[in-house]
Design a protein around this ligand. Sequence first.
Ligand SMILES: [Zn+2]
Length: 1041
Amino acid sequence: MEQPTFPGRPTSSFPTAPKASAPLRSSGPIVGLDGSIPSRAPTPFASSGPVAEFGSSFTPQTTSPFFSSVPAVGPQPANFGELPPPIRPSGPSSPPSYQVQNVGSYQQMQPARYHPIAQSSVPLGSPPFIGQPRGSPYTGSFQPQSQTPTVSMGLTPQSSSQMIPRNTVPQLSEPSFTATKIPSQPPLHAYSNVPPRSSIPSFQPDPQFHASGPVSQPPMQGFTPAHVPARHASPYAHQSIVPPPPPIGGPLGYTSRDQLQHPLTGPPLGGVQSLVEEFQSLSVGSVPGSLNPGVDTNLLPRPLSGDEISTKIPEMYHLNCHPRFLRLTTHAIPNSQSLFSRWHLPLGAVVQPLAETPDGDEVPVINFGPVGIVRCRRCRTYINPYVMFTDAGRKWRCNLCSFLNDVPAEYYCGLDASGRRSDIDQRPELCKGSVEFVASTEYMVRPPMPPLYFFLIDVSVSAVRSGLLEIVAKTIKSCLDDLPGFPRTQIGFITFDNTLHFHNLKSSLTQPQMLVVSDLDDIFLPLPDDLLVNLSESRHVVEAFLDSLPVMFQSSVNVESALGPALKASFMVMSQLGGKLLIFQSTLPSLGVGRLRLRGDDLRVYGTDKEHILRLPEDSFYKQMAAEFTKNQIAVDIYAFSEKYTDIASLGSLAKYTGGQVYHYPSFQVAIHHEKLSYELGRNLRRETAWEAVMRIRCGKGVRFTNYHGHFMLRSTDLLALPAVDCDKAFAMQLSLEENLMTTQTVYFQVALLYTSSTGERRIRVHTAAAPVVTDLNEMYNQADTGAIISLLGRIAIENSLSQKLDDARQSIHLKLMKSLKEYRNLFAVQHRLSGRLIYPESLRLLPLYVLALCKSVALRGGYADAPLDDRCAAGYTMMILPVSRMLKLLYPSLFRIDENLLKDGKESQEPLIQLPLTALNLDPKGIYILDDGFNFVIWLGRMLPADLVSNILGADLAGVPDLSKAVVFEHDNPISKKLLMILNRLREKNFSSYPSCRLVRQGEQPRELSLFLANLVEDPTAGSSSYVDWIFQVHRQSQS
Ligand SMILES: [Zn+2]
């Protein structure tokens, strides 16, 4: 058996992270794996609320979340491998299983279908796996360690405590405010409302700015990192609402003298100072709407260096978790409803709880042992760096609710002269924004589940002919050593066409047996016990099955697909344990419950109030199944391959409500998609997965998370149920103000993800962050995070497209952008007579471009003909889970010219590529360009390229390759080809989450050039939408009106 090849991906792309890489400085040692398998221990189920423990407002569900939808089948077996007798998914009236009339409906060991393999001399794979050393699995970024028995110290929640007045909240963040720099500015006398200098703390000259004296030119680039903090704390801060005139900046780094219209004698201090730093403007001519107003398109802001995570925040709040885990749309929370109402953009967060971390920066694991995890008795916040110890170390005050908690005796430590615990540096939970706690049995409603992978594979004729069965089977087989959770990992398979095929993988067999059930209306499991098996025990049978899968259905001409019944059967197999269900679907489900119509796309409904229905699941069956799956801790991933309409809208809802993912390979071709599918399926199987998880994000008084966006099921008002979650998933949430006027100076956020690791340990990953409460709109603008805003806006727009026309969904994003820029403009433009300039804060300089790109994204662009409906829906599902940087790259892909590098020799050929603006204007017909959106590469070949260059890449003359849609880029024996592959590999190494496949397109080759390449050049007018330049005019015009 060949190992999987991921060309371009060095084997080091699956770094072997050490099992116990995280520093452990907690009170309880992490005990090494002691051989006992926790899930098999007859741990008594906690009767009420391990999950309830997890949060303050969660209604205890006892064991119902896990077993509610399944008829009870006697006492729970202690051994997870044991399944009860056949289970029917619904209907108490269902007769007992193994009905006589069903027996005839399946043929055991159907020779016609299975024997060519079972009886052939095909090797059965490697010997049983038990006891063999395992390869090192790729474990992603979070490293569950050995399970450690812990005993709770029994902190019981108390709700009778009196509220502590909010003004007693310790201002822990204050020191970090005052420590940051305020740039030196000449004193300002003209504005009486500016606070005296003495009221501003920690004033330090900024050397970069020092020379400029009275400002005639704004201190643009040199200043932005050293941002002015803490103005909100000034009692005078509110007075800066009416600002003095700021100087006018040139766009970005292009500050030029001729753009300065209002040189000032010196900018003011305090809140106004921020404007000097952040204020940007762009001349858009004096005639609004004129097409020739003299904009230099080179000056338009562009994200040519990728996602920019603000470095300001970690400097100001060095105790915060890293922004890779949590990003706020603005790191400044408005203090009042009226201020909030002037913000117009979404206020909220994007959370990626398991984001991959660079080596050496792993999240520390803490085991409190018998002490139990220290949490606030009132609001259940986890202890974190922002709590304050008082009373000589005997009490700690919760930073979210101000409650004064007792320090458990075992956790006690004295305070030093400055009031800090003297052991603070040894306790990650008190000095790191991200930690992971080992959870005790309190946090379990049942023994931790084993990792479980169940595969549901469409084997109708389209799947067989496409060749994907072989790739799927080989990839799964190649991953068997690396599936997380050895030796507890469970595995199983169902294949289906117009019947369901169950596969008996019992370890005592030498080869698998197939059992066929043709009764689709009354699904039952013909063999309840051995459809789901322990991988290490049944390894040889599993391998034999995977070896035979590609040829098992070779002669099938069956066009039908009974996905719905197959889903029900999978549910029956998995419902006791939960796990991951991976569905490989090649055609439209056509039989049984959940069959779908070829409703397809319909030009006539575009623009009507029925348009959105196309993007909604057609049959409520899928949503209902998703709810059942989630209740039973089953996450569903959909792999869809059809070249025809498959109703991704309906199928995707299975992933949407179960924390899963939609993988879409439209018009699957082995040659083109082989590596992509193999890599992405491999990553899905190998990466560390957090099982049976729930996530909650808490925040301090005065604010509240109201809406959540992503793939999950909301359980209670603020608890996200995530049957499985991994490092590639992100979630977004919107924040609202609960009070008219907030009196605190800091708002704290805490994300807590409770999950079962693959090693069978309950863990709680906790990220804590603080943000200042501000009184000044400018501060909100200055601390805005365009990436987070776009991630949230994009998710909201996609959700809106499920209840509105596409055009309406786009318009509502436009409107938010316009209102926001108008509000900003109103702060300055009038007194500066800036009618010919678009002005915007530095932090949002890319917002207009990204909003434009969002409206041109596959999910939201144009109308009927601008994207196939399935592509559109798949893109929407994908964007709902993307982390910020991948979202930005998808919206504004990287474009590079590569022909010059290909022709260079030696080291020169490896010079870094220069990212180009996304416009066809700069394309040279003599050039080769590559477009990389993180999911696919498109190589564009100019019309006037030298023939030998093209033939070196293709391995044949262009004339000999009539159809580039089938052309595959692989290495040929010439230097040009080798260099090209090297470039592709380097680009792939920047992104482990996905494997871009590579398409070739020639200049002028329509319609491929348009759909694959030109439609992604978002600065050009496409799909009836504006060019970037026109868009800027439009934005400018509307923000003035
Ligand atoms: Zn609290």
